[in-house]
Design a protein around this ligand. Structure first.
Ligand SMILES: [Zn+2]
Ligand SMILES: [Zn+2]
Length: 180
């Protein structure tokens, strides 16, 4: 299945569920199917940190196949790591480090610096003024073999080992999709 097919499928899912969701919010009694859908969407959300804001404002996963398709090019779970770990699509069995991270709080791409760590003086204001200028950001980066420094405009982290982002709830980072 190529990307166009996938987009079409997503459109379809979105239309279908969004109309149902607005029916549900207007007080129409929900049937078993809808409860099931909600269950799936919850599972998918907790698995992939819900990187999908559909125009109607509802996050959904219509069916399991959709989840599987989606996660083919998105990390699930999402890992960050030290600089020795290979970048790519992370899965439960292949713990690659995501290099396509995006922050849903500030909406910036997450920048990565290999063999570096953030100086203790790095703060919110510094990032605010300098992200995404990699050159300027280096002012508060120290060389540190094996570590990988991450930053968006609102948060930063120096990582030494592979970490599941679900264990770092303060980081609102999601996998922004890998193109292969
Ligand atoms: Zn990823
Ligand atoms: Zn951010």
């Amino acid at each position: 299945m190529d990307d166009d097919d996938l987009d079409e499928l997503l459109d379809e899912v979105e239309k279908k569920f969004c109309s149902k969701a607005s029916a549900a919010s207007s007080g129409v009694k929900r049937n078993k199917d809808e409860n099931k859908q909600e269950e799936w969407s919850k599972n998918f959300y907790s698995c992939c940190r819900g990187d999908f804001d559909f125009p109607c404002g509802v996050f959904v996963c219509h069916f399991e196949t959709f989840c599987a398709l989606r996660s083919a090019s998105r990390c699930c779970p999402v890992f960050i790591s030290g600089s020795s770990v290979t970048n790519g699509v992370g899965t439960a069995t292949s713990k690659r480090s995501c290099d396509q991270l995006r922050c849903v709080s500030c909406d910036f791409r997450v920048l990565m610096f290999d063999d570096s760590e953030w100086d203790a003086s790095c703060d919110y204001l510094f990032l605010r003024n300098n992200v995404p200028d990699r050159q300027k950001l280096r002012a508060k980066l120290k060389k540190r073999k094996g570590l990988r420094a991450y930053a968006c405009q609102c948060n930063w982290l120096s990582s030494s080992e592979t970490t599941d982002l679900r264990d770092q709830p303060q980081l609102r980072w999601v996998c922004g999709k890998h193109l292969d």
